[in-house]
Write a protein that binds this ligand. Sequence first.
Ligand code: 8YV
Length: 315
Amino acid sequence: MSKPDILLIGPYPEWDLLELEAQYNVRKLYEAEDRDAFVQDHADGIRAIATRGELGAPAELIGRLPKLEIVSVYGVGYDAVNLDACRARGIRVTNTPDVLTNDVADLGVAMMLLQSRGMIGAETWVKDGSWGTKGLYPLKRRVWGRKVGVLGLGRIGFEVAKRLKGFDMDIAYSDVSAKPYAEGLTFIADPVELARHSDFLFVTLAASAATRHIVSKDVIEALGPDGMLINISRASNIDEDALLDALEAGALGSAALDVFEGEPKLNPRFLKLDNVLVQPHHASGTIETRKAMGKLVRDNLAAHFAGAALPTPVI
Ligand code: 8YV
């Protein structure tokens, strides 16, 4: 039987690519000099898209692939896949939940610690000789025992909260409703009130049109000049212009961000700020998790082409 054609939107690790190439004709969109012509040339054969969380699959691309049956996302977030376009044609969509939850939570907590204790600046202080010439490093803010808000108590938010209990933090959360599994956590429905209550605000909710800019100017201002915003979800959950304005003006104390509008390019205003820790969207970026994500992408594709139940369907 001939191998099905799949369109790979962005690069995967070599170990995944080798496995995929054994099963499929992998058409690498990201290598094409003229992407438009590439899609045109392969459109009639493509039965699956393999993509990444932040790259998704736009309606325009889906519309150009008449044989498309499934979009498999290497990532838990599928906000960049046009679900309406898929639904309209019965195209299945899968993602990679669970396998990345702990690593994403770990990175969020690490960013909070790093930023609050000024560890990046402290390393520079040692390496550039300031320790010897200027003396003691400026004092920073403690983490343990302080107040934290978790915006979105899904799988990742829950794991963040679980870790923060170990720092004896006073933890509150916001979600569409109170969660039965949120033992020991305070429910504060309104994100502005949650921010007002918090020293640290974690953004851990799945992005959708409904959550766009849920972290608004008001939320940012309520977090205030001593507050820290940590985002390990999607940039679209935050009003980035309001965030930059607040960081520049000192209306928000600091931020630790793994995701950006238009990434991997980011607004150059971020690069001028001392009170922001920037990371290259790598919260799920461990070898162990990425291997598990790749396997889940392949398992979903294999199940689909075998006519079996999909392991992790979105639709
Ligand atoms: C990326 C993510 O998919 O899980 C998600 O939603 O955004 C990430 O895990 C990953 O960085 C690969 O691009």
